[in-house]
Design a protein around this ligand. Structure first.
Ligand code: GSH
Ligand code: FES
Length: 110
């Protein structure tokens, strides 16, 4: 349990933009994850992801740590932004792009 929490904290701390999702960006395994990853990808910056279907321990522990019951979860700069509803809404309002651009400056891209 403690180990899983350490892994989660490290992932969140190490990655300025991190998406916990079902499946992968190229092969999302749920419509909520598909919509969310599409919004994140459209912002054109590199981001990390964790497939929680491949990591049942994280699937079990993260909702408690995050105080957020479902997936996907988008974390930016160590803070939970939200799930599919919030992320797609922010994207529609033009609020997601500036947030991601600020977290991952273009000149840090490879
Ligand atoms: N309204 C939610 C939809 C996400 C959702 O309902 N996710 C469910 C089904 S994919 C979930 O993660 N359930 C817990 C689980 O599968 O571990 C959002 O905005 O993210
Ligand atoms: S896996 Fe069934 S709604 Fe996401």
């Amino acid at each position: 349990m403690t180990d899983t929490l350490d892994v989660i904290k490290q992932q969140i701390g190490d990655n300025p933009v991190l998406l916990y999702m079902k499946g992968s960006p190229n092969q999302p395994m749920c419509g909520f994850s598909a919509q969310t990853v599409q919004a994140v990808m459209s912002c054109g910056r590199r981001f990390a992801f964790v497939d929680i279907l491949q990591n049942p321990d994280i699937r079990a522990e993260l909702p408690k740590y995050a105080n957020w019951p479902t997936f996907p979860q988008l974390w930016i700069n160590g803070e939970l932004v939200g799930g599919c509803d919030i992320v797609t809404d922010m994207h529609a309002k033009g609020q997601l792009q500036p947030l991601i651009e600020a977290a991952v400056p273009a000149d840090e891209e490879e």
